[in-house]
Design a protein around this ligand. Structure first.
Ligand SMILES: [Fe+2]
Ligand SMILES: [Fe+2]
Length: 149
């Protein structure tokens, strides 16, 4: 489902799906931080969760600016968690980092799709470009560390 983000018919709908994915990612981070043993990993993931919180704020602001109605917060979450790997059941730092890495593959794909759209709002470009850099950084760190763990 997550890989569909960014392919919706209009830019507003695509942005709402992206926001849903961001809430989903943040929820996964919260669970992962709770479950990880290694404190350095926890701290790094807290930093990444902070990036996702910023993305949520910026995407919400963008939608408000364009007078798009969207549900804020918990309502959105369930939508994308369906069918995803339930992080709560995972055990071990390596497994958790790997699960988070696969989540970040989805966020990277979603931002790539969004940035490829020809109907992008002018104000969206900088927000999406900066967020994609964050997602690339998250994915790279998770990939490196699950391999080393
Ligand atoms: Fe994000
Ligand atoms: Fe991320």
């Amino acid at each position: 489902m997550a890989t569909m983000v960014g392919t919706q018919h209009d830019f507003a709908s695509a942005t709402i799906s992206l926001l849903e994915l961001e809430y989903d990612a943040l929820e996964a981070y919260t669970k992962a931080i709770d479950k990880l043993e290694n404190n350095d990993y926890k701290n790094k993931l807290r930093e990444f969760a902070g990036d996702h919180e910023r993305h949520i704020r910026q995407l919400s602001m963008l939608l408000s600016m364009h007078k798009v109605d969207f549900a804020a917060g918990p309502d959105l979450k369930q939508w994308l968690t369906k069918g995803k790997v339930m992080l709560a059941d995972l055990v071990g730092d390596r497994t958790i980092l790997f699960a988070m890495f696969t989540n970040e593959i989805d966020t990277n794909k979603a931002y790539d799709s969004m940035l490829n759209r020809s109907d992008m709002w002018m104000e969206a470009h900088e927000i999406l470009t900066n967020a994609r850099e964050d997602e690339k950084k998250h994915k790279a760190w998770l990939e490196q560390h699950f391999r080393e763990t």
